[in-house]
Ligand binder design. Sequence first.
Ligand code: PGA
Length: 263
Amino acid sequence: MTAAGLRPVVAANWKMHTTVEEGCLLARDVCERADKHPDIDVVLFPPFVHLWPVADMLGATDVELGAQNMHWETSGAFTGEISASMIAPVCRYVLLGHSERRHVFHETDDMIARKVRTAVAAGLRIMLAIGETEQERRNGETIAVLTRQLSTALPVDLPSLTQEGIVIAYEPVWAIGTGVTPTPDDAERVSAAISLWCADRFACQPEAVKVVYGGSVTAENAVSFVRQPSISGALVGGASLRIDEFDAIMHAAQESRTLREVP
Ligand code: PGA
């Protein structure tokens, strides 16, 4: 199986980093470098308060914008929350199910499922993060955990995973921000299983399912992940804050695309 036909996505999750001013400068730098990588999609997930100024900075470039989270209700008495319709004017994507949302803010599979429905209804593309904890991995439960996360988050009546532009980000919890990663073979094996599960659920080809890898992606290791046949890009945290390193990761994804096109 190969996801060769898919355009790789390289996404930057800035988390709760950068001032608005720093974020705008970083966005400007990303736009300049992204120009050299025309065959990949680049998505920035800055903090909420950066969204409008960063959107202005991105202007008419091809770099896309996404929000790091949103609430499942469309409006109401939810102090501190942000709705889909608030982000939709400037965001093409929303990141849902990130492990920090699941583990630090106790978001359940059900909450994430409700967010997915609301985001689809709002016309947002979703980057859905899933991943097992260290303990779950040691217990040999990785695939069972991922399957549970996917089957709750992605309702059977979702018209089409691919048409809705949903990207699955496989992010082992133990690899996020730790400098420890699975081997590229292990990441490939799990990504292939995710593609197969989604293909079965939504009656499409596994090759049509976009899966990216996330968790301690760096300039050095990016190439070994993005070249895997079932992996179509990367979700990058820490390294996305350093422009030279992020540029190298975009470059690795661009190269993977070029290599895959060779018959
Ligand atoms: P990291 O974070 O690249 O810093 O490990 C990835 C993520 O949280 O999406």
